[in-house]
Ligand binder design. Structure first.
Ligand code: ZN
Length: 158
């Protein structure tokens, strides 16, 4: 394979640990990755399999860490959830300017907010409608909440 950057060299493939800075975190190393390298311009091209599975694994690791989330980890988790800064603000019942303060490290996320973020990621799916929960809303009519016992356990039948 000819280098896509300089077009001069045949790229050489090696198997080695790859420092995956593209994910936005500074401390992620992938073991045993096939990396194509150009001896001429230094262009490197990692062949990373199952990227979305990898991002799940990284996200699971980040939310289990001890201590506060780093700003870069907050950015990673937001992107993992598929949210823009605006989506993130809405889903966390916050503001865009607050989000940018968390993500730049100007302000530390409060513990309840951080736990909420970790919980959202732990549920392993994008949750589009958290912002639609009106926590101050008092229901005037009684809504039945239905649950169904299925083979895999109790499920809300909604
Ligand atoms: Zn090259």
């Amino acid at each position: 394979m000819i280098c896509g950057i300089c077009g001069k060299e045949e790229m050489v493939e090696v198997v080695e640990p790859y420092h995956y800075t593209e994910c936005g975190l500074s401390n992620i190393v992938l073991e045993g990755i096939r990396v194509r390298k150009c001896a001429c311009c230094g262009n490197t091209m990692p062949m990373i399999p199952a990227l979305s599975g990898l991002h799940h694994a990284i996200a699971r690791d980040v939310i289990k860490k001890q201590g506060n989330l780093e700003p870069s980890e907050i950015v990673f988790l937001r992107k993992f959830l598929g949210w823009s800064g605006v989506d993130f603000a809405r889903n966390m019942h916050s503001t865009s300017s607050q989000v940018s303060k968390w993500e730049s490290g100007k302000v530390r996320m409060s513990t309840p907010t951080e736990l909420l973020l970790r919980e959202m990621v732990a549920r392993g799916k994008k949750i589009d409608d958290c912002h639609s929960y009106d926590i101050n809303h008092e229901e005037t009519t009684v809504m039945h909440r239905r649950f169904q016992h299925l083979r895999e356990g109790w499920k809300s039948a909604a």
